[in-house]
Every structure is written in C-alpha cells, then in structure tokens.
Design a protein around this ligand. Structure first.
Ligand code: ZN
Length: 119
C-alpha cells in the first residue's frame, strides 16, 4: 500500500482507485474513506488504511529499537546475564516502553525495584 507522510497525517492510496489518496490520522483515529466514515467509525473500528498506517509506524519503531539495541531480545539477554537488574538502571538503559510491554506480556517481573525474568 502506498503511504505518504503529510504533516501530522498520512496519505494512503486507495487499492481500487489508483492515484486516489485518503487522509489518515492514526491517533484519533480518522480516515476520510467511505468505509471508515459510514461503517467503522460508528462501531469504533478502523478501516484498512488506518490499519496500514499503524503497521507502518509500528515497524518503523521496531527498526529504530533494533538499531539502538533496545529490542525485547537484547533486554531479556541483558537481564539473563545479570540475574536481576535494578529497574531504574534498566529503564535508563533501554527505555520504559519495551520493558513495560515485557512485564505486561509476562516475560519479566518487577519486585521491590528489581526486574528479573519470569520463567
Ligand atoms: Zn480508510
């Protein structure tokens, strides 16, 4: 799917009409295609354009994390080597987003300011 960034929003090309672009705001979420306005919006769903933009953002984020060595794998390896790690130290090193996700996903646990693997 052809996606272009346009200010705060994204332009996503229609899959049925070449050259026709819809404006997507993935955070609201909003898309000006008929599917979203007449169907998905009412039931708090998203259309395929919003989905595509969200996937693009997520994959870019994962690429950045990978470049910075902040992926889930690196974090888990780091903790495995040390046994348990001070949570402040860990967050300073890797950022809180991935760590939060790993805790919620049941891969890590936090106890009295220490983080360790949950196995
Ligand atoms: Zn749409």
């Amino acid at each position: 799917m052809n996606i272009k960034k346009s200010g705060e929003n994204y332009e996503v090309e229609s899959s049925s009409k070449n050259g026709k672009f819809y404006t997507v705001d993935p955070s609201k979420p909003w898309c000006d295609c008929a599917d979203f306005r007449f169907r998905e919006m009412g039931k708090k769903g998203v259309c395929k354009h919003i989905k595509a933009v969200r996937e693009l953002i997520e994959s870019k984020k994962q690429k950045t994390l990978k470049k910075e060595g902040k992926t889930a794998e690196t974090i888990l390896e780091f903790i495995e080597k040390k046994g348990e790690v001070d949570s402040i130290e860990l967050i300073n090193k890797f950022g809180d987003e991935e760590i939060d996700r790993l805790i919620k996903g049941g891969e890590l646990m936090e106890e009295r300011g220490k983080i360790k693997l949950l196995k």
